[in-house]
Ligand binder design. Sequence first.
Ligand code: MLC
Ligand code: AMP
Length: 494
Amino acid sequence: MLLLQRFDQSLLGRAEKPALEFERPGAPRLTFTFGDFEARSNRLAALLRQRGLQRGDRLAFFLQNRPEVVDLWLAGVKLGLVLVPVNVLYRERELKHILTDSAPTAVVTSQDMAAFIPVGTEIWDVDALTAEAAALPAERVAEHCDLDTPLSLIYTSGTTGASKGAVLTQRNFASNGETLARDWKFTSEDRYLATLPLFHVHGLANGLHIWLFSGCHMRLTERFEHAKAAEWFEDYRPTVFFGVPAMYIRLLELPPPQARAIGSRLRLAVSGSAPLPAEVHEKFRQLYGSVILERYGMTETLMNIGNPYDGERRPGTVGLPLAHVAVRICDEAGKDVADGTTGEVWVKGPNVCAGYWRRPEATAAAWCDGWFRTGDIGVRAADGYITLQGRRSDLIISGGFNIYPREIEELLLEQPGVREATVVGNPDPVRGEVPVAYLVVDSATFDETAVNARLRTQLASFKQPRAFVRVDAIPRTALGKVQKHLLPRFTAGS
Ligand code: MLC
Ligand code: AMP
């Protein structure tokens, strides 16, 4: 079934049903039916067409979570556009790269965020767009699309090099959403508390699509705020919650009676995007009486592997391959390793993206005989459960956001007085890891405050090194490769 036909089961089939409520600090709660989204996205599609957008054209959005992201997504599906979601925390350097590489017709953003967008980019204000669209007819506007029609370019660094756009097709979103809505037993009666950002695939491909496929109810928040979480859970009474480990760690702070009451209404709590410590899994079970379902996904493949809905949700593991996903654990030569032996996780299935945007070499390097090499290292137990053990690259994951040390290292090396720089992930109790920079500097010219300030304007806040550790030399192998494990251990205050 085509993606739009699948959406139509809610957009047309449940037109009168309450679909979404939206919370934003200091503003009244907004509510929408599925029929509202059908009409809003038709009007928006008509406007985008008037502005000259055609099938295959890119349209970026740089927005916090808000209902207009749903409008854009639906209008994009209807017109066969390629939407480029951009992390709201990205700053000059990241934005410039993504916008140059994807070459969108325009970037849709809000007034408060427009100033971050590089000069020379066509900027469309989201409120102005919505107001203008409201005057257009609500009749369905749609182009013919099939499942191979690209729907989104989502930027990820993959295992190496500059950030690349993964070309995700309508099939990728359709197959993943359909499998999850079924396997996680979603019904139109479910209440989904959506706090994950819609600019990354966990919240977008899993959350948004399961909601549209099942016709359940969603409360969308602008972002996750741990100070508000208790209030949201109490007030909305969700049956389903998706989060990253940092969110679950925050939720452990709630008083036991309140946690127990929330847990009694929650039929499914899903964690992913970073490793969930087994101890958090256990503490959450004790406190909430709910066993977290840990799952594993990535931008290029959407979701791959997950613990079962029915059956054992084994702490520390990511569970079993999804119904439509084939998984191999391979050695360096691409041969399958035996169960119990560590190797790289390779995947194949309708969830895997079509390749990297305009980067045939990177695509050729990441695929082998139709299998996508994830770069994640894992091991399969005899009963099929897979445990992730790390990455081939030195990726840092902070609060579920990915950080490629090289990007920060390159920027540091451009700073006056920095002779050598290397960035590593330091353990953090809430975010899992935070970046720390080790520098060899020329003390006469290096100015830490100025470097810090410069990095803030260039990079997302989560990539900002939490400390600059000055060392006499960066340990290297005879071939010059940095030996990060030999760096002196950093502890706060050291
Ligand atoms: C986070 N911050 C935001 C923000 N989200 N700022 C503005 N808008 C947002 N939407 C910033 C804060 O300003 C702060 O900056 C820092 O992030 C942490 O914020 P916090 O309030 O202290 O939150 P904390 O309790 O630490 O939790 C952080 C978090 C955030 C969980 C809210 O890390 C987050 O939203 N993570 C989700 C990432 C995600 O969706 N990943 C999926 C990738 S897809 P400062 O300056 O203090 O650092 C994927 C594949 C897959 O990986 O399928 O799994
Ligand atoms: P992204 O590029 O943002 O899509 O991030 C994908 C990466 O997040 C994967 O390649 C994994 O390294 C990591 N990841 C996702 N889910 C999990 C999980 N449950 N446990 C450990 N790592 C995870």
